[in-house]
Design a binder for this molecule. Structure first.
Ligand SMILES: Cc1cc2nc3c(=O)[nH]c(=O)nc-3n(C[C@H](O)[C@H](O)[C@H](O)COP(=O)(O)OP(=O)(O)OC[C@H]3O[C@@H](n4cnc5c(N)ncnc54)[C@H](O)[C@@H]3O)c2cc1C
Length: 385
């Protein structure tokens, strides 16, 4: 008899949201994290809930991102009710701003692109945008209004979802680093961790950018989850004037208002390995972009700087679903969108675990897309007596 029905490797927003969802089915769920949960990318994020694509490579993600945005009010309400804590969910919309002589053309292309993808986007004059948010700088030429976009405060979200999952009976094992899977005859039935083996009916890999590191070199979970860290640096500012309500975004950066008067400015996108240093160049880039959007931020107090490691993948798409090894599911590689995608990911994982199929077409995100042939996995087989 397994100690747990489900063992989840990783206590970021993805692992804990899945745990919260599965615990509703009275399953015995454990979240295993090599440190206290919620301290990695999920802690570092800006918290925008934006399904609008950043590049052509994001387009296959849009349906899932829109679905997750739709699920968010219910997802947030369930977590807030179970935890008694707010996650700072606000649906105030986003203004995207365009600069330079081609600003109006770029704006038109953006509106058409969003509308073709089913995302509500309206062209608004820059005067209208400044009427809503007086802080917008004079060099902005054109604006797009994305009224359905929302935001959360990721650190509040992490506190809330951990407490909510705990209240539903999820067991959290912190400082528990998983080193490999336990398998027997091609079936996964637990994990090997620094504090011993943990048996479980099914295992879900949700270790963010670290997912590819689990297992030994020859036989790692990289075959299903070839994740890599993509560093994002961030900064929190406290403006002395010109507060604003909506997210302001350009091609180069964004400003996200927080409830208590601070503004989060981001971000960089760097291939820097697992190095989480905040650099002079990174801060300069963030400030240049912030001042372009809102020049009056020059007098703001710098409250905090930090960085986080996004779980990138070879095609920038998340990795979701069953692996070739029975009893092993993958939920990682959420790259720039893990806060947004937490709601849909939790729902999909619950469906896979409890029904063996999903109500949403998730084939583009299958972990099997990275290799065709079944292979032995990152595992230690139990020797038969
Ligand atoms: C600067 C920045 C801004 C962002 N802004 C946004 C945004 O505005 N909107 C949005 O939707 N997304 C945003 N993201 C992306 C989002 O933060 C990530 O996609 C999401 O947090 C990934 O969550 P996760 O749970 O997969 O990973 P993580 O939060 O990294 O959690 C992984 C967990 O696994 C644990 N772990 C690792 N290895 C092991 C092991 N061997 N054994 C046990 N535990 C292990 C870690 O300790 C960690 O707790 C941003 C990211 C960054 C860095």
């Amino acid at each position: 008899m397994p100690a747990f029905d489900i063992a989840i490797i990783g206590g970021g927003v993805i692992g804990t949201s899945i745990a919260f969802e599965l615990a509703a089915d009275k399953l015995r769920v454990a979240v295993l994290d090599r440190q206290p949960p919620g301290q990695e990318a999920s802690w570092a994020a800006a918290g925008m809930l934006s399904p609008a694509p950043d590049s052509l490579r994001d387009i296959p993600l849009v349906p899932l991102a829109c679905e997750s945005l739709k699920l968010y009010p219910e997802f947030a309400a369930a977590i807030e009710e179970a935890s008694g804590r707010s996650m700072g969910y606000e649906r105030e919309g986003t203004l995207e701003l365009f600069f330079g002589p081609r600003g109006e053309d770029d704006r038109q292309r953006r509106v058409s692109e969003c509308q073709e993808l089913g995302i509500t986007a309206e062209a608004v004059s820059i005067e209208t945008a400044r009427g809503w948010e007086g802080a917008i700088g004079q060099s902005a030429q054109a604006a797009v209004w994305l009224p359905e976009e929302a935001r959360v405060e990721p650190r509040l979200l992490m506190d809330a979802v951990i407490v909510a999952a705990h209240h539903r009976g999820v067991a959290f094992r912190k400082n528990c680093q998983v080193t490999e899977l336990l398998t027997d005859h091609g079936r996964c039935h637990g994990v090997v961790a620094t504090d011993g083996t943990i048996s479980a009916g099914q295992v879900i890999l949700a270790a963010g950018c670290f997912s590819s590191q689990i297992g030994d070199n020859q036989d790692s979970l990289r075959q299903y989850a070839p994740t890599r860290p993509v560093r994002g640096q961030m900064m929190a500012l406290r403006p002395d004037s010109h507060r604003f309500q909506r997210v302001l975004r350009s091609k180069r950066g964004y400003l996200v208002p927080r409830r208590h008067g601070q503004i989060v400015a981001g971000s960089t996108s760097e291939e820097a390995g697992f190095d989480k240093r905040v650099t002079a160049q990174g801060i300069r880039q963030i400030l240049d972009n912030a001042f372009e959007l809102v020049p009056s931020l020059g007098s703001a107090e710098i409250v905090e700087t930090w960085s986080g490691l996004r779980p990138g993948t070879p095609d920038d798409l998340p990795i979701l679903g069953p692996a070739h090894v029975e009893g092993l599911l993958i939920a990682t590689g959420h790259y720039r969108n893990g806060i947004l995608l937490a709601a849909a990911t939790a729902k999909l994982m619950r469906e896979w675990v409890t029904r063996g199929r999903t109500s949403f077409q998730a084939d583009p995100f299958s972990p099997l897309r990275f290799h065709q042939e079944p292979r032995r996995s990152a595992t230690r087989s139990i020797a038969k007596n």
